[in-house]
Design a protein around this ligand. Structure first.
Ligand code: SF4
Length: 422
């Protein structure tokens, strides 16, 4: 770590954050990063000199424990402490994310309407311009190198970088699995299959494409290009997301190939953050069809793997209304397979989603409880149930109450699924 004061700022490079993800009720940073402190803000940069966090320091900032984070796809997210009241119970995290883009949140008071938060983002270009003057001073070479690198990463450049990422993987990630919350959504995306089998009518995140698997050459090319894209900051990642909506249906040969190649080429073993994680989505049919030998193989990779399955409902009328072309018999079969696999494999955790919405029938909610409460003999700590709010704009309070009623009766950990993209 090296610090250098200039004008009214202090630059510190090579700061060391935590080396494993944890759930804490105070601002935490992971891996290695650099920082510039001014009287009004703390700016934190990744190892490529790209802005990652901005935290306000003066009395105009909404809360000293809250901050802005920029994702690699250049979305700004506001992390709200919300007084820590009830947030953990809802989402399993101590901080509530607010997005600039529309999302299925059931929480009010989005701070992006607040000019102070927008001002923090726009203050960045002013700061970066000031870094150009540092070169005439007698700063240490490593500080000058950081300043030169950071000065190039204006907001417009970061926008272009986001386009490059999407070009590499063949499109944006419209939704990340809810389990990626365990690594604060910090995943490197590798697309192994596009589209999905069902193209459900209700779904707002689908690619509207038929399912198709990528070739191994394509997967390999993506991984190599991602290595160049993430550059020095690669060492701050320990997690891979295998996209898109039903990677499980790509088959174990392709999943294992993508996971192991990513592990080697992206050097996950030497990451600044320990405990490698792999995330993917599966569908009811792909979970049912995948043989146990595939899970045995997955269990042996260097990753702890999370697979998220969209069940949506165990009530046939609701499934039909959602235009999800599956039967409740299959939903039940997938649910029990999830419970079984979670018991058998120590390095695999399967989670499931159900829909939450104010216009859904009592039968829908009863069907969720018949699985998550009545079918289980005890509480299980593994195998999260995510309740995904549908069209929550109209009555957020009512949806919150529905969620709480289901959570309190479920014998599996139960949280709200907030859609987050990349
Ligand atoms: S809910 Fe899942 S399976 Fe259905 S359309 Fe959306 S992504 Fe595809």
């Amino acid at each position: 770590m090296e610090s250098y004061p200039f004008d009214d700022k202090t630059i510190t490079i090579n700061k060391k954050g935590a080396s494993s993800f944890s759930k804490v009720s105070y601002p935490i940073r992971y891996g290695r990063f650099s920082e510039i402190k001014t009287k009004d803000y703390i700016y934190q940069f990744n190892l490529n000199g790209e802005i990652k966090f901005i935290q306000g320091k003066n009395q105009h900032w909404p809360d000293p424990n809250e901050w802005l984070k920029r994702t690699i796809s250049n979305d700004w997210i506001y992390y709200s402490a919300g007084g820590y009241q009830g947030i953990y119970s809802f989402i399993g995290e101590y901080y509530l994310p607010y997005f600039k883009y529309p999302c299925n949140t059931i929480f009010r008071n989005n701070p992006f309407g607040n000019g102070r938060v927008e001002s923090a983002i726009h203050s960045l270009d002013v700061l970066l311009s000031s870094l150009e003057h540092i070169s005439v001073q007698k700063a240490p070479p490593a500080i000058l190198e950081f300043a030169a690198m950071a000065a190039k990463n204006r907001l417009s450049t970061l926008d272009e970088n986001s386009d490059t990422l999407h070009a590499i993987i063949g499109g944006s990630v419209t939704v990340l699995p809810p389990d990626t919350r365990h690594v604060d959504y910090e995943v490197i995306p590798v697309t192994i299959a596009d589209g999905c089998m069902y193209n459900c009518g209700f779904c707002s995140v689908k690619q509207s494409k038929k399912f198709s698997r990528r070739s191994k050459n394509n997967i390999l090319e993506q991984i190599n290009r991602l290595k160049d894209f993430y550059k020095k900051d690669l060492s701050n990642y320990n997690s891979i997301f295998l996209g898109q909506h039903d990677a499980l249906h790509a088959g174990i040969e392709f999943i294992e190939f993508a996971a192991l190649q990513s592990y080697e080429i992206l050097d996950i073993k030497n990451s600044n953050i320990k405990e490698p994680r792999l995330f993917l989505f599966g569908s009811v049919d792909s979970l049912i069809q995948t043989e146990e030998s595939a899970f045995t193989a997955l269990n042996k990779t260097p990753f702890y793997t999370y697979i998220n399955i969209g069940l949506e409902s165990a009530d046939q009328k609701t499934l039909d209304r959602l235009k999800k072309p599956i039967s409740i018999q299959k939903v039940q079969k997938a649910f029990f397979k999830m419970i079984d696999l979670n018991k058998k494999f120590e390095n695999i955790e399967i989670s499931a989603n159900f829909i939450l919405g104010q216009n859904l029938s009592d039968q829908h909610y009863d069907s969720i409880l018949s699985l998550t409460r009545d079918s289980l003999d005890r509480f299980y700590s593994k195998g999260n149930i995510y309740l995904s709010p549908m069209n929550p704009e109209t009555n957020k309070k009512e949806i919150q109450e529905k969620f709480t009623a289901l959570k309190n009766q479920s014998r599996l950990p139960t949280h709200v699924y907030l859609i987050q993209r990349l």
